[in-house]
Design a protein around this ligand. Sequence first.
Ligand code: AMP
Length: 375
Amino acid sequence: MIVCRDRAQLRKALDGMRGAEDGIGFVPTMGYLHDGHAALVRRARRDGLLPVLSVFVNPLQFGAGEDFARYPRDEAHDLALAEAAGVEVVYLPPVEDIVPATPRTQVTVPSLLEGMCALARPEHFPGVAMIVLRLLARVRPRLAYFGEKDAQQLAVVRQVVRDLEVGVGIVAVPTVREPGGLALSSRNAYLSEAERRQALALYQSLQAGEGLLRLGERDPAKVRSRMWEVLTGRRGVQGEYAVVVDPDRLAVPDRIVGRTLLAVAARVGPTRLIDNLRLWVPAAGGPSALLDDPEGAEGRERQRIVAANVAEAVAVAMPERTGAWREAAVDAVRGATAVDPQTLVQVLAGVRVATPRGEEAADAADLRRLGALRP
Ligand code: AMP
């Protein structure tokens, strides 16, 4: 693993890699690395790219009175974790190497910054966008990897990269959680043991929202209010927001259907935490409800509809997956249209694994195996 401390060293290291026809998969981070960051690196490897990782605690994305000065830092730990995860090049720029001396440009997406974290942190996303764009310009990766954990950041980065035709694919990676459900975050280091337990309220409120959707609720106000109740019901947790929005425009739908983002933010003690769940919500009921009577009068037709719906869900819910993966997923599901109910259940289970919900996504090979189950 090559360690670069300024842009000249970075350029030299990347020049040495340009010959590699595979291309670069870039993972920008603020360090204090954990398994969530490692998942982004592993995903880049799995996509056949050479992972380049940056560690930079970006002052532009912290507001006055926020935790910039005390944000956790541990270079030795970061280098060891990066190397173990399979990083080829680490870029650790000092501030003057990457932050413009007199930044006059502002990169912002007003319609995505009307709610959620932007309300409490108005400077945050323009600060992120500025540095992400500078990093992308320097690293020039084929794909850049971002965690779903930071849902609003992901939406903003995608929009900026699309609008400015940056020419880099943005890949979203599912949130890695502790066994109890707490999303991994460098800021978890701030939490006491008691606060760690209180912090479970974030994931529990998301699960409560999901539970209502499973029961058929499709009114965003009702789901939101249930999430808020669970989030703020625990002592020590001060809720900041709970929202039900579509994950691209971050707008509240009239009725919940299709791709949906449940997102929350709260303070646990002094520490601000965020979390979210991405779901694909069928218009009514759920896939398992539709499978109740697969051999009944309309059994075959129902299976066909379910499989078509799931194929559609895979196609729209995961546009960021590499082409090969998506094709394999859609193929596998379409291949299930003429199979027995048991196989269809297996395919649906495979898609559930593959759907970003915190589990490690199934890879293309798994889905091809599912596809191969067709008679
Ligand atoms: P950070 O160092 O917190 O700025 O995060 C760097 C990248 O890692 C961002 O794209 C985050 O969304 C992503 N990330 C952070 N925590 C997790 C997690 N628990 N699971 C997956 N990705 C994460």
